[in-house]
Design a binder for this molecule. Structure first.
Ligand SMILES: NC(=O)c1ccc[n+]([C@@H]2O[C@H](COP(=O)([O-])OP(=O)(O)OC[C@H]3O[C@@H](n4cnc5c(N)ncnc54)[C@H](OP(=O)(O)O)[C@@H]3O)[C@@H](O)[C@H]2O)c1
Length: 318
């Protein structure tokens, strides 16, 4: 991938796509092709085909998707499976048939089934389906992996996939997400500003048994570019830090970074979530990539950015 390569980012207004576009621009890639949802509906097969035929991108990062909170996944199953399946099929097929050099598909840790044993190895990605409301999303993302696998190698075209763990951070303050890290950080910041002494968080039970990995957006986009440039196999690559924390530890790290001194309360009336969905990072490390940020450093960097953005908007931050 050269600085003048024609690079298309599908989903560039989203959390990952927006961060990736910013990074590629700041790294000097000068030929980035972007289309908003309004100007190119990825559900429209003909529009997607015409776009690829005309623009002929050489490299494609697939960062589009329809996703949200667990409530969204549970209540909008048909939208989740339909939109994700059709969009990715349209993009992957049209890209390969219009001579893309390489496509990188952003999969998801949701492809690892409920019965897979942690830490998840990439070879177990399509073994069974994750339950608990994630079925529609998991199946759509598994199909995306299989699409890439089947198109990989056609006429020398390359389709690779990565499987990121939970992503936190954003580069777009107007579209900040309400996923766990963002939600806790914003709540604590607000509580600190308002001098609130007790804070309820949406963590079930003690939060000590639910162990997760979180990757900072800056690290993830770095991994996407690294894999696009260096990785050519069709086995998907997990993108996650080795570091894993319980939700209780996560809350305390955020509390220290934000400097909130009040007392935290969890949803102790709700069942303890004993969720250990750790991804193996051995294969990723073998490819020569590692995250730069520890969880604390990533949250610190994200909070510094968040305060800067609030200041730009004229809000009081200390
Ligand atoms: N965020 C995570 O923690 C995470 C973790 C693992 C994997 N992933 C995967 O990474 C990818 C990106 O995730 P994200 O969190 O960045 O998602 P996001 O913030 O929800 O962004 C999704 C992007 O897709 C676009 N899009 C949706 N429907 C479209 C359509 N019909 N036509 C054109 N564009 C459309 C959205 O545009 P509009 O907003 O304008 O509709 C937006 O730019 C997804 O494939 C997701 O499965 C995410």
């Amino acid at each position: 991938m050269n600085k003048d390569s024609r690079i298309y980012i599908a989903g560039h207004t989203g959390q990952i796509g927006y961060g990736l576009a910013k990074k590629l621009q700041s790294d000097g890639y000068e030929n980035i092709i972007l289309r908003t949802h309004d100007s190119l509906d990825l559900l429209n097969q003909k529009s997607v085909w015409d776009f690829f035929k005309k623009e002929k991108p050489e490299y494609v990062f697939y960062c589009a998707g329809v996703l949200g909170s667990i409530d969204y996944f549970v209540h909008e199953r048909t939208a989740v499976i339909y939109n994700n399946l059709i969009m990715q099929a349209n993009v992957i097929h049209s890209a390969v048939k219009n001579n893309v050099k390489k496509l990188l598909y952003v999969g998801s840790g949701s492809v690892y089934g409920s019965h897979a044993s942690p830490p998840f190895q990439e070879t177990a990605a399509i073994d069974s389906i994750q339950q608990g409301g994630m079925e529609a999303y998991s199946v759509a993302k598994i199909v995306g992996l299989e699409l890439c696998k089947q198109y990989h190698g056609i006429d020398g075209r390359k389709c690779i996939s990565v499987l990121p763990t939970h992503v936190y951070g954003t580069k777009n303050i107007s579209r900040i997400k309400n996923t766990l890290v963002e939600e806790i950080l914003q709540k604590m910041h607000q509580a600190k500003q308002e001098g609130v002494k007790e804070l309820d968080l949406d963590i079930w039970g003690t939060g000590k048994k639910c162990i997760r990995q979180f990757i900072y957006l800056d690290d993830l986009v770095d991994a996407l570019i690294y894999m696009m440039v260096n990785y050519d196999e069709n086995l998907p690559v997990n993108i996650a830090p080795k570091e894993a924390v319980s939700l209780d530890e996560l809350a305390h790290i955020i509390q220290e970074v934000v400097g909130y001194t009040g007392t935290l309360h969890y949803q102790t009336d709700k069942p303890e979530k004993a969720d250990d969905r750790l991804m193996s990072v051995t294969y990723m490390q073998k490819q020569g990539w590692n995250p730069r940020y520890t969880l604390r450093e990533g949250i610190q960097s994200f909070y510094t950015w968040y305060l800067d953005e609030l200041q730009k908007k004229g809000k009081q931050v200390s």
